[in-house]
Design a protein around this ligand. Sequence first.
Ligand SMILES: NC(=O)c1ccc[n+]([C@@H]2O[C@H](COP(=O)([O-])OP(=O)(O)OC[C@H]3O[C@@H](n4cnc5c(N)ncnc54)[C@H](O)[C@@H]3O)[C@@H](O)[C@H]2O)c1
Length: 305
Amino acid sequence: MRILVTGGAGFIGSNIVDAYIEAGHEVAIIDNMSSGKEENVNPRARLYKMDIRSPELDLVFAKEKPEVLNHHAAQIDVRKSVDDPVFDANVNIVGMLGLLQASVKHGVEKVIFASSGGAIYGEPQVLPAGEQTALDPLAPYGVAKVAGEFYLSCYHALHGLNYTALRYGNIYGPRQDPHGEAGVIAIFCESMLSDREVKIFGTGEQLRDYVYVGDVVAANVLALEKGDGARVNIGTRKGTSVNELFVILKEVLGYGKDAVNYPPRHGELEKTYLDDALAIEVLGWKAQVGIERGLEQTAAFFRDR
Ligand SMILES: NC(=O)c1ccc[n+]([C@@H]2O[C@H](COP(=O)([O-])OP(=O)(O)OC[C@H]3O[C@@H](n4cnc5c(N)ncnc54)[C@H](O)[C@@H]3O)[C@@H](O)[C@H]2O)c1
């Protein structure tokens, strides 16, 4: 297949590009390199260093004629979305709309969209949160993800454009940086490796659904063929606390100090983790990498770097 991956120089997108190329697909990338890195870019992919909002977008679609658009480019910082919601909406809503318009014009068959199960449900009343949980985003970042999902179903109804929206938990693993939704893992690794203080905000008992990036890549491979018209959680059904992350990484990296507790951060969710039943049913996907092994592999990446 010919696949266009936006954000393909970033953490999750670049891991997906590698897997698509490995599977024999032809891949082009659009990335403005705002957080993407040259060293992440697979040399067998064609890289267009440009913004998804660029007027040149049309030329890329005309040239590459993608059958699938895999959309991972985004303003990913939840706190930045609170500080500057107009910028967030510009990239995450208007930028996505431009991509959908180009997709319809140039005959894209399917869009795979990186949504967020961590951001669209707010503080779920029932855990694990299934896809039927009320949508109640608490930050503009989550509002934009919800909007993206509704644009997808709207474009399907209006233009027949097929899609799968993958509602990720907190994704961690090699190439991650401190700004994403699972940034705490990168921050802990970097602090421990340089023997700095490790800060825990609040009690450290906040629960999140940490999903290893290799499992997320597998979901994106499966979504090429399956999950049509679905909005599906990509989670493990299990919450892990910040304190548990600290204990595992301390052991893996041989860190000698205790964590230091700081006051809780305003607006932070208490507990969220995701039901995976629909992913099993419609994608045949289930997380394979447990948190211990995933953290070992992530810690090894930061150590080697
Ligand atoms: N990391 C997580 O835990 C998580 C959870 C839920 C959803 N997501 C979503 O997954 C996607 C990838 O996130 P990530 O963690 O890999 O982040 P990332 O910052 O590593 O990747 C985003 C990529 O998009 C590029 N980009 C940003 N704005 C752009 C623009 N205007 N035009 C072109 N390229 C642009 C960046 O340079 C970067 O390479 C995002 O849509 C994010 O919202 C991530």
